[in-house]
Design a protein around this ligand. Structure first.
Ligand code: PEP
Ligand code: MG
Length: 315
């Protein structure tokens, strides 16, 4: 019987009223793909590509990149796979791209800023992704990190299309992009909210500084308000707005994020089971009530307590 249970397919993410909430995996290399599939990942919501560039003096060849992407796409045949192009700088410095003299690296040349300054690196990534996508059944999408302006979103999406890749999107992890999400989404196909950086930039609290841990909570209503801004814009424009920061893996916060308009949740694969169980307990109406309760709170702890009380009353 134990064997039967182990073999039983994991059900897709859904609320108690049947609303689908695809549960996706955050991966940092193709090595974790098989385990993620086993744990029920319905696709990949964030594939971090930094691993290919660590400990190298220059970018890896297009062929080497293509092989890594191909391995990933084969593990997720027929499923959505979102590749994030290189997010160099700040907490992910790369010797050959990052200026070590920046006084304030989190506010420096990182993410899409770095790629637009070294467009050959971005072009090589897109060439490798397009080549690897050719002939696989994975539904490949590409997104840019650290987008702060509508112009960056438009430039990136145009470049993605020029490589024959149909779906370009952006991460919303800078408050400006969340506040203008309607205009950002008008020039790109989807967005994924990076709550780790969005929290850092909203509360002006360095994500690497342990002494500021109390300020680094995605539960803070100011962060939740920005998630709502993006979720509302996505609903108005008919665009997917997912979540791919660590917050998506918190079972209670996951309910709130869906209530704020998130259409999918991507997380570290070990979190999938608990989030799946948590979402199955509530309806979309319950999730919206929990979100409203959290949004109305004065701080992070109050928001979490209010959401918990709301969910406990509903189920
Ligand atoms: C984020 O910022 O929430 C995110 C998912 O990206 P990273 O943690 O890689 O910066
Ligand atoms: Mg980030």
């Amino acid at each position: 019987e134990a064997a039967d249970l182990a073999a039983a397919p994991v059900t897709p993410g859904a609320l108690a009223d049947g609303t689908a909430v695809p549960l996706l995996a955050n991966l940092g290399s193709p090595a974790g793909a098989a385990k993620a599939v086993e744990l029920g990942a319905e696709g990949v919501g964030l594939f971090r590509t930094e691993f290919m560039f660590l400990d190298t003096a220059k970018a890896p060849s297009v062929e080497a990149q293509q092989a890594a992407f191909r391995e990933l796409f084969e593990a997720f045949g027929g499923k959505r796979v979102v590749i994030r192009v290189l997010d160099a700088g700040a907490d992910k410095p790369l010797d050959f791209l990052t200026d070590a003299d920046e006084p304030n690296p989190a506010l420096g040349v990182r993410g899409i800023r770095s790629l637009l300054a070294h467009e050959e690196v971005l072009r090589a990534q897109l060439e490798a992704i397009a080549a690897a996508a050719d002939g696989t059944s994975a539904l490949v999408e590409v997104m840019a990190p650290m987008v702060a302006t509508v112009d960056e979103a438009a430039a990136f999406t145009t470049l993605v299309h020029s490589f024959g890749l149909p779906t370009g999107g952006v991460m919303i992890e800078v408050p400006s992009a969340a506040l203008l999400a309607d205009r950002v989404l008008a020039v790109t196909e989807f967005a994924s909210i990076g709550t780790n950086d969005l929290t850092q930039y909203t509360l002006a609290a360095d994500r690497l500084l342990g002494s500021l841990a109390r300020l680094q909570s995605t539960w803070h209503p100011a962060v939740l308000q920005l998630v709502k801004s993006a979720g509302d814009a996505g609903a108005r424009l008919g665009r997917h707005v997912g979540i791919c920061g660590e917050a998506a893996g918190d079972p209670l916060l996951a309910i709130v994020l869906v209530g704020l308009g998130a259409t999918s949740l991507s997380m570290s694969p070990p979190s999938l089971a608990a989030v799946r169980r948590s979402l199955a307990r509530v309806t979309l109406a319950d999730a919206k009530l929990a979100a409203a309760a959290a949004l109305a709170a004065t701080g992070a702890d109050e928001a979490e307590a209010a959401a918990r009380a709301s969910v406990d009353e509903a189920v």
